[in-house]
Design a protein around this ligand. Structure first.
Ligand SMILES: Nc1ncnc2c1ncn2[C@@H]1O[C@H](COP(=O)(O)OP(=O)(O)OP(=O)(O)O)[C@@H](O)[C@H]1O
Ligand code: SF4
Ligand SMILES: [Mg+2]
Length: 376
């Protein structure tokens, strides 16, 4: 499958909808985010014209997202909502079919020279350490690889590899240098992967499900490591995860994705303790300690080849199904009017959601779930 060029009018969906919430101009003196997406979209074409769909999957369908300096942003949502595709866009690994990615306010360029410079500063932490480490390479070789790609072999290579391993919590680094992946625990392997990202001293880490393949006992350690890296090095991070507990424990801000769009965003404590958007409410309601009745979403699972008209969540929306949207006078709009792209605001602490019902002021608060103490 390939990315489909934005010249195709039917794909250029992100230019059409009005913003869900108009963002005021960035306040004078406000810090420029280190990494941003503006109305980015990626459409994958199967070229087969599959039955029931156009054959074009709108995997990311118009997203605004900022990662501020020293900020950790969690991108959450069910499987297939577009988290990995958005993460790859922000890493320059995927080229947008519409919209753009900015690094420190400057649009990313896709010439290989520019991408090379960019990738030093924005590093990927892979999901599966067993899969991302070459079993035939020692820890030293795996961590040095990024350095060699960017700088060739340098005189201070072993110092830098040792420093990166120390920062990733593998101390003393000498103990690990000659080890092969199979000689390490899952947590140690993930630390090697993180050291490989740190060795180039990036400003941003983009971590896609960074602890999904780890035992519960090790997850906390890796999350604490990411928090330490932010505290000690000022690193920013985007963490894509389907795990709301992870988002709660690590992030400053959360962006909830549904079918290629961010539908709700704001400070993590506010969004997860008192979600506004019906989709976020449903996601949280099925957690064991939600304190509210589980909301089972009706209708077909979302398919990016068949994005519904109006609000893309409307065929499954419990608020619409229950008559609450009708009562608030927004049901027709739910079915016919796209709530639009949720624009980033200069004030990162702003809560926003792309929902007619919430905009009409009808969305009350539900009882906050008890997530226990956050780790930071
Ligand atoms: N290269 C590709 N070609 C075609 N479709 C793709 C491609 N990559 C992703 N998709 C589709 O785009 C949608 C979003 O996929 P993506 O992997 O970004 O979701 P995700 O939120 O990361 O899911 P998960 O939680 O399972 O990792 C899915 O429907 C997926 O099938
Ligand atoms: S806009 Fe309407 S259909 Fe969409 S989430 Fe809000 S209430 Fe539900
Ligand atoms: Mg994914």
């Amino acid at each position: 499958m390939t990315s489909t060029a934005s010249g195709n009018g039917s794909l250029n969906t992100t230019d059409d909808p009005a913003p869900a919430v108009a963002a005021p101009a960035r306040a004078a003196g406000a810090a420029v985010p280190v990494l941003s997406a503006r109305r980015v979209a990626v459409a994958f074409s199967s070229g087969t014209g599959l039955a029931g769909g156009s054959g074009t999957a709108r995997a990311v369908d118009g997203v605004d997202l900022d990662v501020g300096s020293g900020e950790i942003v969690a991108l959450v949502g069910e499987s297939g909502c577009g988290k990995t595709t958005l993460a790859r866009l922000l890493l320059g690994l995927e080229r947008p079919t519409a919209g753009r990615v900015l690094f420190e306010g400057t649009p990313l360029r896709y010439r290989s020279r520019d991408l090379r410079a960019f990738r030093r500063r924005v590093q990927l932490v892979q999901q599966d350490p067993a899969g991302s480490l070459n079993p035939r390479r020692t820890v030293y070789e795996s961590v040095a690889e990024g350095l060699r790609v960017h700088e060739g072999t340098t005189a201070d290579e072993s110092d830098r590899v040792g420093r990166a391993l120390s920062r990733a919590g593998l101390r003393p680094p000498e103990r690990f240098l000659a080890a092969y992946p199979h000689e390490l625990s899952g947590g140690q392997r993930q630390r090697v992967v993180i050291a490989g990202a740190l060795v180039l001293e990036p400003e941003v880490l983009v971590a896609d499900e960074p602890v999904a393949s780890l035992d519960a006992s090790v997850r906390g350690e890796i999350l604490r490591l990411l928090l330490e890296l932010r505290a000690d090095l000022g690193l920013s991070a985007l963490v894509a995860t389907h795990d709301l507990g992870l988002a709660w424990n690590i992030a400053d801000r959360v962006a909830v994705m549904y079918l290629g769009r961010v539908v709700e965003t704001g400070p993590v404590e506010e969004v997860l303790a008192a979600p506004a958007h019906p989709y976020t409410r449903a996601l949280l309601s099925v957690l064991p300690d939600s304190g509210s009745a589980p909301v089972v979403l009706a209708g077909e699972p979302p398919d990016p080849k068949r994005v519904p008209p109006g609000c893309r969540f409307h065929p499954r929306c419990p608020v619409l199904a229950s008559g609450a949207a009708e009562h608030a006078g927004v049901a027709d709009r739910c079915r016919t009017e796209d709530p639009g792209v949720l624009e980033e605001a200069p004030d990162a602490s702003a809560r926003r959601s792309a929902c007619h019902w919430v905009a009409a002021g009808a969305g009350g608060r539900i009882r906050p779930p008890d997530h226990g103490d956050r780790k930071h």
